[in-house]
Design a protein around this ligand. Structure first.
Ligand SMILES: NC(=O)c1ccc[n+]([C@@H]2O[C@H](COP(=O)([O-])OP(=O)(O)OC[C@H]3O[C@@H](n4cnc5c(N)ncnc54)[C@H](OP(=O)(O)O)[C@@H]3O)[C@@H](O)[C@H]2O)c1
Length: 381
């Protein structure tokens, strides 16, 4: 099989660069780093070529807002990997990938992007292309963790995944587009979670009394709110014994959680267009000013059910000190499975559902994620 060529849209960004490094280190693929600045793409490509043998990295200039520039950039790519804050241009990117006969992978979160890709699902399958969406760590990991743990139970009854994202925001260089996208996504999340055998939203009153999860170690007990991820939707059908499942996101810091978030929510409702940039800047200021160590990113699955006829509890935690590495590592682990052809199938898939979980988490560990399990000594059946 000849080496594949991947175009990373946003390839010189915070997620794109570590992903490019991992793909070059763990596969024989070649890569084009692309974004709106040819200069930044060139400099990043030169650095990677100097660090990793084989001269496998090129640079390109393209703007997701401009379909013809995308078509030109995507020529010759076997796969387009979207690590850019361009969810608003999802249709441009997906259509240009289809027209260029390229496969597709993204790490974006957002309902509009998901709706757009779902509306293209038949076209994607008919064209024989493999499109994978919701890559990264969240979305991307929670349902894969449940799939990994489920075979260790005869009856899986409860599987909740919580997250801590404690970042030193002051050290990050985020583009204005990324900030706007981040705030818009954060403010539009749904609180759907599966409880007592049915999907339910959390009421505004219930949000005043969030659930607590114990993340152990330096992160300890934290309050969390449910955040619906598309990958969780199919779990009750896949495991009919499930009575409870959901993804729960921990807060950022006291000031952003209790003061800024409600303010920004109201601001965005009143001024969705004009308010986006100043409110995104306000959010970033709150994140930079009030976030404190310990820094790190962690996901924890708490699972309950029946094993060998008796009640059983299992846990799985995945952590990395750098949140961007924890985004790039699962993306790279998924792409390795696709590049080798093992899981590649025509159609629209979610990362958490298309990966083979054992190899996926094994590769993630090899790439530097700290994975710890409790109560998973041997599969139940
Ligand atoms: N699933 C997960 O776990 C997860 C975790 C973290 C981040 N993410 C997502 O990953 C994406 C990237 O985040 P990041 O923090 O890595 O962002 P970032 O560091 O700001 O990088 C964004 C990249 O996108 C490029 N870009 C922005 N607008 C573009 C356009 N119109 N056309 C072409 N390229 C464009 C930027 O380059 P130019 O501005 O020079 O064009 C830059 O290279 C976001 O959508 C974010 O939500 C997902």
């Amino acid at each position: 099989m000849s080496p594949k060529h991947l175009l990373l849209l946003g390839g010189y960004g915070n997620t794109g660069l570590p992903l490019a490094r991992l793909l070059l280190a763990h596969s024989d693929c070649s890569i084009t780093l692309a974004g709106r600045s040819l200069e930044k793409a060139r400099q990043a490509a030169e650095r990677l070529n100097a660090q990793i043998p084989g001269n496998r990295v090129r640079a390109a200039c393209t703007d997701a807002a401009d379909v013809s520039s995308l078509r030109q950039a995507f020529q010759g790519a076997d796969m387009v990997v979207v690590v850019s804050s361009t969810a608003e241009y999802a249709e441009n990117v997906a259509r240009a990938a289809l027209e260029s006969r390229a496969d597709y992978f993204d790490v974006q979160y957002g309902k509009a992007k998901m709706d757009c890709l779902q509306s293209l699902a038949e076209e994607i399958e008919a064209a024989g292309r493999c499109f994978i969406t919701d890559g990264g760590f969240h979305p991307g990991l929670p349902a894969a963790m449940v799939r990994f743990v489920a075979p260790h139970f005869e009856r899986l009854e409860s599987a909740n995944v919580g997250s801590v994202i404690q970042i030193d925001w002051g050290r990050l260089d985020l583009s204005p587009a990324t900030l706007r996208e981040f705030v818009a996504e954060f403010m539009s999340f749904q609180t759907l979670h599966f409880k007592d055998g049915r999907w339910q939203e959390m009421s505004a009153l219930a949000m005043m009394f969030p659930r607590f999860m114990d993340f152990g170690g330096e992160f300890r007990r934290r309050y969390c709110l449910p955040m619906f991820l598309e990958e969780m939707r199919a779990l009750p059908e896949m495991y009919p014994s499930l009575r409870e499942t959901g993804f729960f996101v921990g807060g950022f810091n006291w000031f952003v959680d209790w003061f800024l978030s409600p303010l920004i929510l109201v601001g965005l409702k009143l001024f969705p267009q004009k308010g986006a940039t100043p409110l995104a800047n306000l959010m970033f200021w709150g994140l930079k000013t009030f976030s404190r160590p310990p820094y790190g990113t962690l996901l924890k699955l708490e699972a309950r059910g029946i094993k060998h006829g008796a009640p059983h509890i299992a846990e799985m935690t995945i952590a990395h000190p750098d949140g961007y590495m924890l985004t790039a590592i699962p993306a790279a682990a998924c792409l390795l499975q696709v590049l080798e052809g093992g899981v590649r199938q025509p159609g629209l898939w979610l990362q958490a559902h298309i990966v083979e979980p054992r190899r996926f988490f094994g590769d993630m560990q090899r790439m530097g994620a700290a994975i710890r399990t409790v109560g998973l000594d041997e599969p139940a059946k």
